[in-house]
Design a protein around this ligand. Structure first.
Ligand SMILES: Nc1ncnc2c1ncn2[C@@H]1O[C@H](COP(=O)(O)OP(=O)(O)OP(=O)(O)O)[C@@H](O)[C@H]1O
Ligand SMILES: [Mg+2]
Length: 341
C-alpha cells in the first residue's frame, strides 16, 4: 500500500478523494505528511503568528477563575518616577530578604505568621501598573496569576467564597504572584449600593489577603473609592502618576523600536514635550503612526507628520474619556492631560 493510500486526501480544486489528481501528486502528499509528522505549523504571515502568541498573555477566559501568565516585562522596561521607583524598591527589598526579616530579625514572632506582601498600585490607565506587576513576577521568577472577577462572583450563596478560596490556594500551590487588576470592582467601600459584591464576600477576600503568604498586587484607577479596611491590609501603596515630559521622552524611546523605519524629520523629544500622554497612549500613537505610514506602502518611512496626527487623535480620545470617567483625578487647569486610553 503506497503512502497515498494510507491517507485520505481531498483535492481542494477537483474534489477528488483518495487518489492522485493533476493538482496534488503523490509526492506532494508524502512531503506534507512528513512535515506534519515532524510538527510543522504554518501561518500565512508573521502577524498571524504573533497574534497567536499574544493569546498566551491574554486575560483569563470566562470559564476560568484566573490565568497564569509568564511575565513578559522586566522592571527596567518600565519608566518610573523616583517616588514610584522608591516604593517598588521597598517591596523588592522585603521580598528578597523575607527570610532575614521574618526569621533572623524575629518579625515572625511579632506577626505570628509567615506574612506575605501586599501591594496596591494606584494610578490612571496606561501608566505601567500591569507592566510593573509582570516585572515583579519576573524578578521573582514566578508566574503572574491574573484573577478574573467576573468568574469569582457567583450568584449562588457560598460559591463566591469558595472561588476566592480556590484562587488563593492555587496561587500558593503555583508560588505565583497574585494580581487583582481593576481591584476597585471588588474592594469597593462596603455599604455602597451599586457594588456587585456582598460585604461578606469582601470580608472573605480581605481575610485571605491578610493571611496569604505570597505576594499579592492589587491595581486600580480609583484608589479613592477603595474600602478603608483595605488600607490596613496593604503593606505598600505605590502611586503611578501620569509621566512628566522627561519621563515621556524615555518612554517614547523605549516604545519606538530601533527596527522601525524612521523618517529624518522625526523628533521624539518634541512629541514627548508637546503631548502629555500616558505610556499606554504613547504606545497607541506609535502603532497608529506605523499604520498610517504602511498605508502609503511598505517602503515608506514613518514621518513626524504620522506621529503628530496620531498623537492629536490620541489626545482627543483621552479628552473624551477623561470627561466621562476620570474627573476624580487632579488636572492642571491649563495643561491638557492625555493618556486615559
Ligand atoms: N511607565 C511606562 N514605561 C514604559 N512603558 C509604559 C509605561 N506605562 C505604560 N507603558 C506602555 O503602555 C502599555 C500599557 O501599560 P500598562 O498595561 O502597564 O498600564 P496600566 O497602568 O496597567 O493601565 P490600566 O490601568 O489601563 O490597566 C505597556 O505595555 C507599555 O508598552
Ligand atoms: Mg493594567
Amino acid at each position: 500500500m503506497g503512502e497515498k493510500d494510507k491517507w485520505i486526501v481531498k483535492c481542494p480544486k477537483c474534489g477528488r478523494i483518495n487518489q492522485s489528481c493533476q493538482h496534488v501528486s503523490r509526492q506532494d502528499v508524502e512531503r506534507i505528511v512528513q512535515l506534519l509528522k515532524a510538527g510543522v505549523e504554518v501561518y500565512e504571515s508573521e502577524e498571524e503568528m504573533e497574534h497567536l502568541e499574544e493569546h498566551l498573555h491574554e486575560r483569563p477566559d470566562r470559564g476560568k477563575l484566573y490565568a497564569l501568565v509568564q511575565p513578559r516585562f522586566d522592571l527596567d522596561d518600565v519608566v518610573m518616577s523616583p517616588k514610584t521607583k522608591e516604593a517598588i524598591d521597598d517591596a523588592l527589598v522585603e521580598i528578597r530578604h523575607k527570610g532575614l526579616i521574618f526569621q533572623r530579625w524575629g518579625m515572625r514572632k511579632v506577626i505570628r505568621k509567615n506574612k506575605g506582601l501586599s501591594l496596591l498600585f494606584a494610578g490612571p490607565p496606561g501608566t505601567g501598573k500591569t507592566m510593573t506587576a509582570e516585572g515583579i513576577a519576573r524578578v521573582l521568577q514566578k508566574p503572574l496569576m491574573i484573577v478574573n472577577y467576573a468568574q469569582l462572583e457567583n450568584m449562588w450563596v457560598g460559591e463566591t467564597e469558595k472561588n476566592i478560596e480556590a484562587v488563593f490556594q492555587e496561587a500558593a500551590k503555583n508560588g505565583a504572584v497574585l494580581f487583582f487588576d481593576e481591584a476597585d470592582a471588588v474592594f469597593h467601600r462596603r455599604g455602597m449600593t451599586l457594588a456587585p459584591w456582598t460585604n461578606r464576600d469582601v470580608n472573605v477576600l480581605l481575610n485571605h489577603l491578610e493571611n496569604h503568604a505570597g505576594v499579592c498586587i492589587l491595581a486600580t484607577n480609583l484608589a479613592r473609592v477603595m474600602d478603608r479596611a483595605l488600607d490596613r491590609r496593604i503593606d505598600i501603596a505605590v502611586e503611578f502618576e501620569m509621566p512628566e515630559a522627561d519621563a515621556r521622552k524615555e518612554i517614547w524611546r523605549k516604545l519606538v523600536p530601533k527596527e522601525a523605519p524612521m523618517g529624518r524629520d522625526v523628533d521624539l523629544d518634541a512629541l514627548a514635550k508637546k503631548y502629555a500622554l500616558s505610556g499606554g497612549s504613547i504606545l497607541n500613537v506609535v502603532r497608529q503612526a506605523m499604520r498610517s505610514s504602511l498605508k502609503r506602502g511598505k517602503r515608506h518611512r514613518i514621518t513626524q507628520d504620522d506621529f503628530v496626527k496620531a498623537a492629536e487623535r490620541e489626545m482627543k480620545k483621552s479628552d473624551l474619556m477623561s470627561r466621562d470617567h476620570m474627573s476624580t483625578w487632579k488636572v492642571e487647569p491649563r495643561q491638557r492631560l492625555g493618556g486615559y486610553a
